[in-house]
Design a protein around this ligand. Structure first.
Ligand code: MRU
Length: 387
């Protein structure tokens, strides 16, 4: 997508062919900065400390981290079992950085499987670099196709509404291009509709505690010229009751083969409000976000618990700085009474029964085992997990 007119992806191999470029999402929307990562450990820090975030993006960045890991093994003179053992250890470190999004483990596994039969250490590095690029390209292409499928949904709603007024979409967190490699999942249909001349307006949940909606989704939509309004997380139900939301469209960090959707904390409440108001609730995802081994998302998806500091504090650009008053950086302030304990659950699970449909690169399906199986007949989920 374009940033001030220049096309960017969220991860790339730098021109030297030896290092990896990323966008430092922590600085957005107040500063757009890119960083160069040279080791697998640096990639691990970038994922854990959320310089990069979002299921598809951390999967693609982890794939690039595995390229750097292979490179380190080669430069360290390792070969044979010693190379593979060290690579396994670096892979485990990358996998441990974030527990909920399944794309991370998926991308690391793809790299290990691809490299296992390759004997020559230099060749392993070349293969890992190629696969990292391929995973990024496939993520971008999947999101583009999600946009095409979702576009028909938005077009239908536009016509059902009489073909005059904008389609009002409520989204949560950031499932935009920053959360993937390009286009985004939930935002891809929105960008496609906007580009096709269908008027859309997006209600952007601010998404406490880290405000990915206010900081990232709003910035992305603004860069692309999509009309949007940032709201507090608790406003969605009220807007739905007033008829101001035509559909809810979110991303997901992991979706079980039965259709349960793990996503940013607060998504479940939006799904409940949507159901109560008869509003469709769709979830967009590339197939790399499916968890083919877990049947019961509520019981079995690990929910990341993050530092309470994210809840107790908030940061932003000082208003005086925006007005040119001379405060150049972001400021962080305390919000919570001294001594009060805080808890910070980063994700929740929306049961499949509340999800109207899933939009994947292969099309739109019901959020159910048969619905998903129809789109992905070649995959046999681990059905023993259903017992
Ligand atoms: O904590 P984050 O920012 O890594 O949260 C993940 C997400 O980006 C959201 O849950 C998003 O809506 C899912 S789409 C990748």
């Amino acid at each position: 997508m374009l940033v001030e007119g220049t096309p960017y992806r969220t991860v790339w191999i730098e021109a030297d062919g030896e290092s990896v470029g990323i966008i430092d999402q922590r600085r957005l929307p107040f500063a757009f900065e890119t960083l160069t990562l040279r080791t697998a450990a640096e990639v691990g820090v970038a994922i854990r400390d959320m310089l990069v975030r979002g299921a598809g993006c951390i999967g693609a960045v982890a794939a690039h981290g595995m390229f750097l890991a292979a490179r380190e093994c080669h430069l360290g003179g390792l070969s044979g079992a010693a190379f593979d053992n060290r690579l396994d250890a670096l892979a485990a470190e990358l996998r441990a950085t974030r527990p909920t999004a399944v794309n991370l483990a998926w991308a690391v596994r793809c790299q290990l499987d691809e490299l296992a039969p390759v004997a020559d250490p230099h060749e392993k590095v070349v293969v890992a670099r190629d696969l990292a690029r391929r995973i990024a390209d496939e993520d971008a292409d999947s999101c583009r196709r999600i946009g095409e499928h979702g576009l028909s949904l938005l077009r239908d709603i536009f016509h059902q509404k009489g073909g005059k007024n904008p389609v009002n979409i409520l989204t949560h967190c950031n499932a935009g291009w920053l959360a993937f490699v390009d286009h985004g999942s939930a935002t891809a249909p929105i960008y496609a509709a906007h580009d096709a001349g269908i008027p859309v307006h997006v209600w952007v949940d601010e998404t406490r505690p880290r405000n990915q909606g206010a900081r990232l989704t709003a910035w992305e939509l603004g860069q692309h010229g999509v009309p949007h309004t940032v709201i507090v997380d608790n406003a969605g139900g009220h807007l739905m009751q007033r008829g101001l939301v035509d559909l809810v469209l979110t991303g997901t960090d992991r979706t079980t083969w039965t259709g349960d959707v793990a996503n940013k904390i607060g998504t479940y409440l939006k799904a409940l409000a949507a159901r109560d108001n008869g509003i469709p609730f769709y979830v967009a995802l590339p197939s790399s976000t499916f968890d083919w081994e877990t049947a019961d998302g509520v019981a079995d998806i690990p929910i990341e618990e993050r530092s309470g500091t994210e809840v107790a504090r908030i940061s932003g650009l000082a208003a005086e700085a925006e007005a040119g008053g001379g405060f150049p950086g972001e400021v962080e302030v305390n919000l919570v009474a001294k001594g009060s304990p805080v808890a910070n659950y980063a994700f929740d699970v929306t049961p499949a029964r509340l999800v109207t449909g899933l939009i994947s690169e292969r099309g739109i399906c019901a959020a159910s085992a048969p619905g998903i199986a129809e789109l992905f007949p070649e995959i046999s989920p681990s059905r023993e997990s259903a017992n």
